[in-house]
Design a protein around this ligand. Structure first.
Ligand code: ATP
Ligand code: MG
Length: 417
C-alpha cells in the first residue's frame, strides 16, 4: 500500500514541538503589542500580480519560488511567499493607509526553494509593519522592538545594517557596479551572469568566495547615497550608538526584494549555520506607490520562526502545567474517576488530567505514568471507590495520601497550586 508522506519541504509540527511555537509566538506578540502594534490576518492566497508588482520580477521569489496556479476563472493566484505585500494590499483596500499604522502578523508562508536545514517550502514568519513615518526615528523604533524581542527571549543575535539609498541613488550605483563587474563576466557562474543582467545588486550578498574577492574592490553604495539618504542613515546609527545597541555596518547587505530602500538590516544567529539570518527587514517607501499611486513611507521586519527555534532551544522553557494521571484498577470505577478528573480540571487551567484506559496492575500503570512525565497520580481501587476517596501520589517524592473526595479540592489548592 502506498504510504503517504508530507509534501517535500513541508513539515508536520508535532505535539512535542507545538508548545515551543505557541510560547514563542505569544512572547513575540507581547513585545509587538507593547510597542503599540496590532494584529492583522490576511489570506494565504493573493492575486499573483500583487507579488510581481511589489516584490518585483527578476527577484528569486517571483521568478522561481512562488506556488502559483490558474483558478477556474483563469485568474492567476499565488500562495503568499512573504507578508509585507499582503499587509500593504489590505491596508490600501480598507483605507487604513492614510494615517500612522502599526501592525503585526504571524503565519505560514510558501516558497518553492531547495529544502535544507533552515529552509523549507512552508515556513512561518512573525512580522511587523510600521506605516506612515518617514524619519529615522521609526527605523530606530523598529530596531528597538527587535532588540526588545531578543532580550525577552534571552538571545543576543548580531545586527548588521546598511543603507541602500533611494531609487535614484541605487540607479546611479547600479550603473557603476555593473561597469565594474562586467570586466569579470568570465569569472561568474551562469546564475551570477543572470543576476548581473537582471539585478546586479543581488550579487553583493553572495556566499561564493571568488565573487566575494572580486567585490572587495568594487565601488561601494555609501559613495552614491544622496544627502538625504546619508543623513537618515547617520542619524539612525547615532541613535543606536546613543542607546548602546550594537551593530555591524555591512556595505554588501542588500535584500532579495525590490521594494526596499534606505535602511536594510538583518539579525544573524551566532552559529555556523549557513541559513543563519533569523530576522530581516528594512524601509520600503516605494511599495505603496505601486499599489495606490501614493508615496507612503513604511518599514518592517520578519522573523523566521523555524530558524529561531533551531537557534534557541525553547523546549525546556519553564513548565507551566501540572500533569495528573488517573489510574483506575477496575473498569466499573471509570465514571467515579471521571468525576475526580472533572473536579481537578476545575481547580486550575494549569492542571492537565489524563486517563490511563488500562485496567492492568498498578505497577505497570505507574511505570506508564512516569514515562508520560506525570507529576501526580490519582489511584482508584475498590477500597477508594467504596469510601469515596482516592490515593494521590506525588511522583517526584513518592509520597502518597488517601484523601476523601470532599476534601480533595482544598487539599490540592493548599498543597499543589
Ligand atoms: P534567505 O537569506 O534565507 O534567502 P530571505 O532574504 O529570502 O532569506 P526574507 O524574505 O527577508 O528572507 O524573510 C525573512 C526571514 O524569514 C528570513 O530571515 C528567514 O529567517 C525566514 N525565511 C525566509 N525564507 C525561508 C525558508 N524558505 N524557510 C525558512 N525560513 C525562511
Ligand atoms: Mg530567500
Amino acid at each position: 500500500m502506498k504510504k503517504f508522506q508530507s509534501v517535500r519541504g513541508m513539515r508536520d509540527i508535532l505535539p512535542n514541538e507545538t508548545k515551543s511555537y505557541r510560547d514563542l509566538e505569544s512572547k513575540l506578540m507581547c513585545s509587538a503589542n507593547q510597542f503599540g502594534f496590532k494584529e492583522i490576518k490576511t489570506p494565504i492566497l493573493e492575486d499573483t500580480n500583487l507579488f510581481i508588482k511589489s516584490i518585483g520580477g527578476g527577484t528569486d521569489i517571483v521568478d522561481k519560488e512562488m506556488y502559483s496556479f490558474v483558478d477556474s476563472k483563469k485568474n492567476s493566484i499565488s500562495m503568499r511567499p512573504e507578508g509585507t505585500a499582503s499587509c500593504a494590499r489590505a491596508l490600501v483596500e480598507h483605507g487604513l493607509n492614510e494615517s500612522i499604522n502599526k501592525i503585526w502578523y504571524s503565519g505560514p508562508f510558501f516558497r518553492h526553494e531547495r529544502p535544507q536545514k533552515g529552509r523549507y517550502r512552508q515556513f512561518h514568519q512573525f512580522g511587523v509593519e510600521f506605516i506612515g513615518v518617514n524619519s529615522y526615528e521609526a527605523d530606530f523604533e523598529i530596531i528597538s522592538l527587535a532588540n526588545n524581542i531578543w532580550s525577552n527571549l534571552n538571545l543576543n543575535p548580531r545586527l548588521t545594517i546598511n543603507s541602500i539609498g533611494d531609487i535614484k541613488d541605487r540607479k546611479n550605483y547600479k550603473e557603476v557596479l555593473l561597469e565594474y563587474l562586467v570586466k569579470y563576466k568570465n569569472d561568474l557562474t551562469e546564475s551570477e551572469k543572470h543576476k548581473l543582467e537582471n539585478n546586479p545588486l543581488r550579487l553583493l550578498d553572495t556566499k561564493n568566495k571568488n565573487l566575494k574577492k572580486i567585490l572587495e574592490d568594487a565601488p561601494k553604495i555609501s559613495t552614491y547615497l544622496s544627502k538625504e539618504s546619508k543623513l537618515h542613515f547617520e542619524k539612525l546609527l547615532e541613535s543606536l550608538d546613543n542607546s548602546n545597541i550594537k551593530y555591524l555596518k555591512d556595505e554588501n547587505l542588500v535584500r532579495g526584494l525590490d521594494y526596499y530602500n534606505r535602511t536594510v538590516f538583518e539579525y544573524l544567529d551566532d552559529t555556523e549555520n549557513t541559513q543563519n539570518t533569523i530576522c530581516a527587514g528594512g524601509r520600503y517607501d516605494y511599495l505603496f506607490e505601486t499599489l495606490c499611486d501614493k508615496k507612503i513611507p513604511a518599514l518592517g521586519f520578519a522573523i523566521g520562526i523555524e530558524r529561531l527555534i533551531e537557534y534557541a532551544d525553547f523546549s525546556n522553557e519553564n513548565k507551566d502545567t501540572i500533569n495528573f494521571y488517573m489510574i483506575v484498577l477496575d473498569v466499573k470505577d471509570h465514571l467515579y474517576s471521571q468525576e475526580i478528573a472533572h473536579l481537578i480540571r476545575g481547580i486550575s487551567k494549569q492542571f492537565i488530567v489524563s486517563n490511563s484506559y488500562n485496567y492492568k496492575n498498578l505497577k505497570s500503570q505507574l511505570k506508564k505514568a512516569d514515562k508520560l512525565s506525570a507529576d501526580y497520580c490519582v489511584i482508584i481501587g475498590n477500597e477508594e471507590s467504596k469510601k469515596n476517596t482516592c490515593q494521590l501520589k506525588n511522583m517526584s517524592s513518592g509520597q502518597q495520601e488517601n484523601i476523601h473526595i470532599d476534601k480533595l479540592k482544598n487539599y490540592i489548592k493548599d498543597k499543589i497550586l
